[in-house]
Write a protein that binds this ligand. Structure first.
Ligand code: ZN
Length: 135
């Protein structure tokens, strides 16, 4: 695991939260992106070297919609940058962590992503993400 890549925050309304985080961080969102396969619309902010990802559900059965229905808005996941997501998943599986995505999938922001089940990580949804190289 390298650094924390970003922190994901579940929000009910992306427009409203974009304005809120603009005020909070003093910068505008630098990227909005919809990940149709996950039923989410995302918005990214930079705060110094750190990134915040806001996530809004685009359909009722989206994981974000379910999360908000159960727990309300708030911190949804912590994402760690990894060099090689498949070898890191194999290592974590060997350590006994429950992997939600055996096969990494394409996420927002040009990343391959996979999640660990919160039941084995003290209730924290952990995302691994690997930059997709363009070469
Ligand atoms: Zn994320």
């Amino acid at each position: 695991m390298d650094k924390i890549e970003h922190i994901g925050i579940a929000v009910k309304d992306l427009k409203t939260s974009n304005l809120l985080f603009e005020k909070l961080l003093g910068v505008a969102s630098y990227k909005m992106e919809e990940v149709a396969s996950e039923g989410v619309r995302t918005s990214f902010f930079k705060s110094g070297p750190n990134k915040i990802e806001l996530l809004e559900a685009t359909k009722e059965d989206s994981p974000i919609a379910k999360y908000i229905a159960k727990k309300g808005e708030g911190v949804h996941h912590i994402a760690f940058a990894v060099e090689d997501i498949r070898s890191e998943l194999a290592r974590l599986k060997g350590e006994g962590f429950a992997i939600l995505n055996e096969e990494p999938k394409k996420g927002a922001d040009n990343k391959l992503v996979a999640f660990l089940h919160p039941k084995t990580t003290n209730g924290v949804l952990v995302e691994l993400c690997q930059e997709i190289s363009n070469g």
